[in-house]
Design a protein around this ligand. Structure first.
Ligand code: RUB
Length: 327
């Protein structure tokens, strides 16, 4: 099979324009953050189901697989993306195209509702770890992490935040804005000031793109350094992550691919040329070993990182199929 450059698969199925747009938005980070990516990808599959012009169940299924493959290839690290595609494709069922279409639409609605519910539930768990008057240091922008602060604030606790700007994309600005929306006092700092300001923090709170079977937390680049510093300073650090972030392939020994992004995010080409011949690297994520993380907060409660494998087995079995692959 040879997909055309415009995203239209020439063999047996066309991708709905919304699938192509969503894929481009995920790749360019217009849609970003693991939970939001998962919801966007699932909804794009829903559009594909509605708009697929399939004259047989086999053609419909093939077009759904093609859409899932296009979405899957956008960003490699957040496992919520393939987990979302798996959730929907596994529930695709029916004897004719209409029934298949309906099963996908239902699965997408169920998936998105579940994401929202999981975030609310884990928010309440995470909020229990925060005390009235606490100051929380954040890294990047995580909707799961913010759900914990929001639940604490709604529960009447006064929380302050120290927000790392998170170079190179400055997702800390989004975090700062959303925290202000909750009425939380915010101090924005550059990433390299984190260790100094840990003296004033009661907690470090981050999200996750993937969680490995050994309890390693894969999150925005800089998380691991922050965790090591937090441990050295005696500041507890927690990851807020709904179970869609658990990486089933790590149960069978696979490692999580770390996305390398465009060097121009680090330095603009003109400034770079002025410096002279230099190498530039831009890894988007890093791995925090479980020994530097105090707790992983999920919608099923909080876990020491080393025990997350038990929950992973329960929810995902011993591995992960790829239902988008051609049979
Ligand atoms: C975002 C990031 C977030 C996690 C969790 O990276 O690392 O901490 O995705 O977010 P990027 P959420 O900006 O490169 O996508 O809790 O919203 O799923």
């Amino acid at each position: 099979m040879r997909p055309a450059g415009n995203g239209i698969d020439m063999t047996d199925h066309r991708l709905a324009p919304d699938v192509e747009e969503t894929a481009e938005a995920i790749a360019s980070m217009e849609i970003r953050g693991a939970a939001t990516i998962a919801a966007g990808a699932a909804e794009a599959l829903g559009t594909q189901a509605r708009e697929a012009e399939a004259d047989s169940p086999a053609a419909f299924r093939a077009s759904m697989r093609a859409a899932a493959r296009r979405l899957r290839e956008t960003r490699p690290t957040a496992v919520s993306l393939p987990n979302a595609l798996r959730y929907v494709l596994r529930r695709m069922d029916g004897r004719n195209v209409d029934a298949l279409r309906e099963s996908v639409t239902d699965a997408v609605a169920e998936f998105v509702a579940q994401l929202d519910r999981a975030q609310e539930d884990l928010g309440r768990v995470g909020a229990n770890r925060l005390a009235d008057g606490d100051t929380v240091m954040t890294h990047c922008h995580s909707t799961d992490a913010l759900a914990c602060i929001e639940a604490a604030v709604e529960g009447g606790k006064e929380i302050e935040a120290i927000v790392k700007e998170t170079r190179p994309r400055n997702q800390g600005h989004i975090t700062a804005e959303q925290l202000r929306g909750m009425g939380v006092p915010v101090t924005l700092i550059v990433d390299s000031a984190a260790r100094r300001y840990l003296n004033e923090a009661d907690h470090v709170l981050v999200g996750a793109d993937s969680i490995a079977a050994d309890g390693g937390v894969i999150n925005k680049i800089g998380t691991s350094g922050l965790a090591v510093n937090a441990r050295e300073r005696g500041v507890p650090i927690m990851t807020a992550a709904q179970t869609i972030k658990l990486h089933p392939e790590t149960l069978t020994g696979h490692t999580v691919e770390i996305e390398m992004r465009d060097e121009a995010e680090v330095i603009d080409p003109e400034t770079r040329a002025g410096i002279g011949e230099i190498a530039v690297e831009n890894p988007a994520f890093d791995v925090t070993p479980p020994r530097y993380m105090d707790a992983i907060v999920t919608e099923h409660g909080q876990f020491p990182p080393e025990s997350i494998v038990t929950l992973m087995r329960e929810l995902f079995g011993e591995g992960a199929a790829e239902p988008w692959a051609e049979p």
